[in-house]
Design a protein around this ligand. Sequence first.
Ligand code: ADP
Ligand code: MG
Length: 396
Amino acid sequence: MNKPQLKLAILGASRPHLPLYLKAHEMGLETYCIAWEKGAFCKDYADHFHDISIVEKEQIADLCRKEGINGIVANALEPAVPTVAYVAQECGFNGISYKAALQAVNKKEMRTCISRTGVCLQPEFAILKYGEPAPEIFPAIIKPTDSSCSNGVSKVSNKHEIAPAIERAMSASASKEILVEEFIEGREISVESISFHGRHHVLAITDKETTGAPYFVETAHHQPSSLPQKIQEEVRDTMPRLLDALELTEGASHAEFKITEDGRIYFIEIGARGGGDCISYDLVKLSTGYDFVKGMIEVALGKFTEPVINSTKYSGIYFLSQETYYIKDFIDRNKDKDWVVRYETENGPLKSLKKSQDRSGYIIYQSDHKINCKPRAETNLFGYAEAQRVCKRSLK
Ligand SMILES: Nc1ncnc2c1ncn2[C@@H]1O[C@H](COP(=O)(O)OP(=O)(O)O)[C@@H](O)[C@H]1O
Ligand SMILES: [Mg+2]
């Protein structure tokens, strides 16, 4: 007799989440797509569609019980983190606790937990409610406790910059609570992991490029990291302690750190989900060969095959924006190269980056070396002049 088909609920249906649906289908699962109908690109790739907001946790738990669903998953979608955990807890699926999920989506709770447990270094911080005066630490980062994608994050260097930065952070915060943090100078990385029943597997360390001050919007990611091996080992050693402290015992995670010039490793934040920006959907598999998306679905269904990593490739993504105008020309010149995995560009003027959503396109690569795209005058004078011309044209 055939085994009954397992049923999987997937939260979120915008286009970037298509890999979850395709993988679930490939794994022979019956899929329930749950999202708002508007923009639900993936609904046509699922067996069933339910027009329910991904934050309606009780309604989704009821649906899972009624339909006899076996597990729930979402990826790279911060607002889905508490819902996935709540439903898993209520319906007896594999997943982190609701309490751990709420902690992982709130930077104040996260910082407080790391202070209490002392499992790794982190910046000094103060929590500020609406109307409270900010401590005068300079330079500092001011950010909302409950947002993502660099929304409302600013660096301040003197007291005149405090008021506008607080205003910006408050307006991005639903709870009207913000953090003022010691600014850590250094390189930035993220760590992509998957956990099952408290066993943690670090899959990749990603080098991150950002616009820098004041808004720190990501402009590129590269795997593997080029940090010294010794520091990478230390980061890998930190991860199980960090994940245990935060009770992130199941599923994908994306942790961000800053590394100072003298090698100190500061925890910045963690997501109880795979990284956005194509890191978890594309880069991890491209650089390690490990099928991360399949792993996430396996964890959700409570049956996991331990990852085997054959780290042989380099992968990365560059984002197009006003600050990285030269990516347009880079894409035009290289789009047919065999190391290009995928690219997309929007028409219209390039925007200056204040948050991730201001970006106008991207290119993903996989190669046997890191692909560099910076317009370096010494190596590519023509490319640089051409990139500026393209930029001016697209800004008209
Ligand atoms: N304490 C800090 N010191 C230095 N840079 C920071 C600090 N906190 C945040 N940043 C910078 O701001 C970016 C966004 O902040 P983060 O805490 O990751 O919020 P988000 O959830 O919006 O990604 C980080 O990737 C980093 O570049
Ligand atoms: Mg971040």
